[in-house]
Design a protein around this ligand. Sequence first.
Ligand code: SF4
Length: 408
Amino acid sequence: MTKQKLTCPACSCFCDDIEVDIIDGRIKSIDNACLKGSSLIFRTGEKNERTSCMIQGLDAKPEQAINEAAKILLNSKNPILFGFDHSTTEAQLAGIELAQELGGKIDDFSSFSYGNIAGQLINKTIPTCSISEMDSVNLFVYWGANPLHSHPRHLSNFSYYASSGYSEISTFRTVDLCTIDIRKNETALMSNPFYRLRPKDDANFALSVCRGLSNNEENKKARDFYTLLNASSSTVIFLGTGLIASMGEEISPLLEMVDNLALDIKIVPMIDQPNMRGFNQTLHKITGSVNKVDFAGDTSENKAISFFQNIIEKKVDSILIFGADPFYRMPLQILKHLKQIPIITVDPFITDTTKASQVVICPSVSGVESEGKVIRMDGEEIHLPAPCPTDRLSDVQILKLILEKVKA
Ligand code: SF4
C-alpha cells in the first residue's frame, strides 16, 4: 500500500491536501476530501461508470474513435467545440488550436454564467484578490452562493474557519460571516447576519446600500449591511450564481456599490465548473474573448453566439463536446435540434451526453490518472499530480491526436 498526495479536481477549490491509499493501482481510502470530492475520486475506479471508446454504439479502439472524430470534423462546414471547463489548461489550449485549425466555433458554460465577470477580472476592472491575500479579511460575505453545497471545504480551507480571526469562542472572534440570498440555505444558517432578499431584488439591495444610512429609512437590511461593511477593515464578497441569475452577468449595481463605498472590498467568483477560469484566461490570451469565439469570422469583433444559440439557430453541423454534459441540462426543445447533428464526446464518465453521441472517446481522469495545470477560482495556477497513472490517453493527448489528423 502506498500513500500519495492528490489535488481534488471536483470543484474550483482544488484542495491540495488530499491523501489517498493506493493498493494495486486502485484508490482504497481517501483522507481530507469532502463527500463531493471523494465520490469523484472513487468513481475513477468504478468500471461501470467509466466510458469506453465507441463508434455508433459499438466498441472501438482509441485510434479508431480518434480517426472517426477527425473525419466528422473535417467533413463538417460548421463545427463547434464545447465544454473544456473540467479539462486541464493544456487541453483547453489544444482545444482552441483545434477550433482554430477547423475554422470552427468554441464555447463553454461561462457564456451562461461568469463570462462577463471573467473578462472584467482579466481586465482588472473588478477589485479582487487571491486566497493567499485574505489573511487580514474580517468580513466574508457569500452573496447568492451556498458553499456548503457547491464547494464544501471553502469555508474551512479558504475563508471563515481558515481565518486567524476565527475562534470557537464567539467573544474572541474577530471575523464575521454574512450570507445574502433568497433562501435560508445551509450557509445562511451558520451566518450572522443573514439578509434574505426577495427574488430579483439583489440589484435594488446593492443600490440601496450605495445610498448609505440617510436615504434608507425604509430599507433596514440595506442600512444594516452598509453599517457592517463600514465596520470591517477588509471584506471579501464571494459572488455566487444566485447573484448572476438575479442581476445578470453585468453585475453593475454590485460594482457601483463597491465603487461608491470606497472601502477595502474585494470580489471573488464562486466558479462552479472547476477550470472555467482556465478556459476563459486561455481563450482570452489568444483571441481577446473569454468565450463564444467563431474562428470562421473576425475574432477581434467577438460577434459569435453561444453554444445553445448555435444549436437553436441550426448553425452547426458537427459538435465536439469535451468533458461536459449539456444533455443533462438541456431543455427538450433544444434536444430535438440535436438529433440530426453528429456528436463526438470526450468524457471519462458515462453521461446523458455520451449516451447520445455517435463517437465516444474515453480519456483518463485529470488530477487522478493524469497530471496537468488548472486555474483555481481566485486565479491562482494549480498543478494536478497523477497518483494513479493509467494507460488511457489524457485529455490533451486526445486533442493533439485529433489535431494531427485534421492537419494531415
Ligand atoms: S471542496 Fe471541492 S476541491 Fe475541496 S475536496 Fe471538496 S470537491 Fe474537492
